[in-house]
Design a protein around this ligand. Structure first.
Ligand code: 13P
Length: 252
């Protein structure tokens, strides 16, 4: 089964509406001729409407960076799936390590959020990954198993391939330290094997991204790995030039 690579830029808490529009105006001409690669930008809530409007008719999809699992209610500060789909947002990043570490998001919450996104018609990108300490202790696989099994538990088996997984070793995020190709391939293949425990067929169709200090000069090597189906890019997604180079590197 062919898996179309996905290059997703996670802007985190960057970009006003004006900055988002300027970025998109710079990006679209650079990626318009790149075939066979899906491109997504994960923006802050406040810029999503403008991002959808300025990417309409292009290959670039717009994702949010988190959401709540219910449709509405007394959850001050939260945003729900229907609020995102109303804007024509295509997907949502769930379980980013920054949300887990800094804002206390749990696997139990993600177990509700991932199916809630799918039911609403949003494509979830579920992020998983180990800390430096966990890797040193030999706990990488235990951590990934826990995060993936819990996060996907309530996803029906026949819909597993609709969930994109992103393996982001926490020690590689924003540090300039990138996983070696062997480390990335081993971890991503392990993630795929965990999906295969539920459905071998769905695992073959599941896209698994690598994230953590992906840059124009290391992207091609990572994207060529057999089980890596794209990248979740932080810092290098903030300027159109470097981001477009990473998109280009995903071309088969
Ligand atoms: P960097 O690319 O800045 O390391 O960030 C990775 C990340 O967290 C993407 O979600």
């Amino acid at each position: 089964m062919t898996r179309i690579p996905l290059i997703a830029g996670n802007w985190k808490m960057h970009k006003t509406v004006a900055e988002a529009e300027e970025f998109i105006a710079g990006l679209l001409p650079r990626v318009s001729s790149v075939d066979g690669v899906d491109v997504a930008l994960c923006g802050p809530f406040t810029a999503l409407q403008a991002m959808v409007d300025s990417t309409r008719g292009s290959r670039v999809e717009v994702y949010a960076q988190t959401m709540h699992w219910t449709t509405h209610g007394a959850y001050t500060g939260e945003v729900s799936a229907p609020m995102l789909t109303e804007l024509d947002v295509h997907g949502v990043v769930l379980g980013h390590s920054e949300r887990r570490e800094l804002f206390g998001e749990t696997d139990r919450e993600l177990q509700k959020k991932v199916p809630a996104a799918l039911e609403a018609g949003l494509r979830p990108i579920l992020c998983v990954g180990e800390t430096e300490q966990e890797r040193e202790n030999g706990d990488t696989e235990r951590k990934l198993r826990h995060q993936i099994q819990e996060g996907l538990e309530k996803v029906p088996s026949e819909r597993l391939a609709e969930v994109v997984l992103a393996y982001e070793p926490i020690w590689a995020i924003g540090t300039g330290l990138v996983a070696t190709p062997q480390q990335a391939q081993d971890a991503v293949a392990f993630c795929r094997a965990l999906v295969a425990d539920r459905s071998a067929e769905q695992a073959q169709g599941t896209r698994i991204l690598y994230g953590g200090s992906v840059k124009p000069d290391n992207a091609a090597e990572l994207l060529a790995l057999p089980d890596v189906d794209g990248a979740l890019v932080g810092g290098a997604s903030l300027e159109p030039g470097p981001f477009a180079k990473i998109v280009d590197a995903a071309r088969a």
